[in-house]
Design a protein around this ligand. Sequence first.
Ligand SMILES: Cc1ncc(COP(=O)(O)O)c(C=O)c1O
Length: 398
Amino acid sequence: MPQRVIDAIADYLSRNNANSLGAYHTSRNTDRMIADARSAMGDFLNCAADEIVFGPNMTTLTYAMSRALGRELRPGDEIVLTLLDHDANFSPWKALEEKGVVIRTVNFNEADCTLDMQDLAAQMGDRTRLVAVGYASNAVGAINNVAEVVRLARQAGALSYIDAVHYAPHGPIDVRALDCDFLVCSTYKFFGPHMGVLYGKREHLKRLHPYKVRPNTDNIPNCWEWGTLNHECIAGIKACVDYWEELGRRVETGLAPSETRQAASLQQGRAQPTVTTRRAAILAAHQAIHEHERKMTEKMIAGLLAIPGLKLYGISDPQRLENRCATFVVRIDPHTPLELATKLGERGFFTWDGNYYALNLTEQLDVERQGGFLRIGLAHYNTMEEVEQLLAALREIV
Ligand SMILES: Cc1ncc(COP(=O)(O)O)c(C=O)c1O
């Protein structure tokens, strides 16, 4: 977490800690701070501030939305889910079976662990009301063609619900361009505090009826936010978006990588920095992150595949790296994922073992009973040297 996020949380607590909507200055400061954070998240996702809902995490927000959407559904209505998704974009929708809703599941291609788009199209029909799909898999790292998913959903007259939790630190999100109905993410995944954010199209946030207490407002987005929010973390969210913005501005002024792109824009006679808005700066940060993560991904995949007995699940073809992010799951039999993660942990490399709630995937690939996978996740603060060190540690352990 960037220091500025930690400082913003502490600063809010020490100077403004108050509930919202009070008639005194710390409360008014709190209201202003929440409004600023909403508009910052609006720039992060490319939507209006009143389409941003804050909540404790993605799972809670998704359960809230599944309850509300469930009020509109009739027995026999269908929801399309995928076996590639984190369970937080599966179980909250599957719970609607108790109302007679029919769940249809989309498979993935076992060879490269990518979503089977043909199967997705085949699962859609007259009764499809919602399609819930992840932007990127938190296990195998596959990036789904969510624009096409949204298009198919719209064609079928269904709503789309995109889980962008895993994608958000790795790629830019544009809910307007996607034209999705809902999109959720968790700020702790992109260097902010432990909180969730839901984007909902204004028309839906207004039309749907959230379960809520009577004194709470009927106005959006607040009617979707239950009880007292985590104000200090919302202050952290604003600082988190500031971090992204600063990163993008530094990229543009040459204080960080991406000289190639700068040189290209100079050649095209665009000598002026292109970053004029916060949104543009966020996109510039994403571009630099993408270039850096891609180089690390190439190195990581080549190094992993050279380890005897290692099986990498997911895209490994260097020509297809645009379709994956820097998240890798492997098995190295007879070592269990727990054993590998423990030994790596002892050497200072913090990796995950198990299913990380991508339960359908580990069950389908029949690794759930054998401890799931070892997952290695990279972010933009990792270095090429760290990739080399991790690969050396893994070789030594094996
Ligand atoms: C892809 C994906 N979706 C959903 C979640 C759940 O998010 P949260 O912890 O904010 O409920 C996670 C958490 O790891 C995730 O990786």
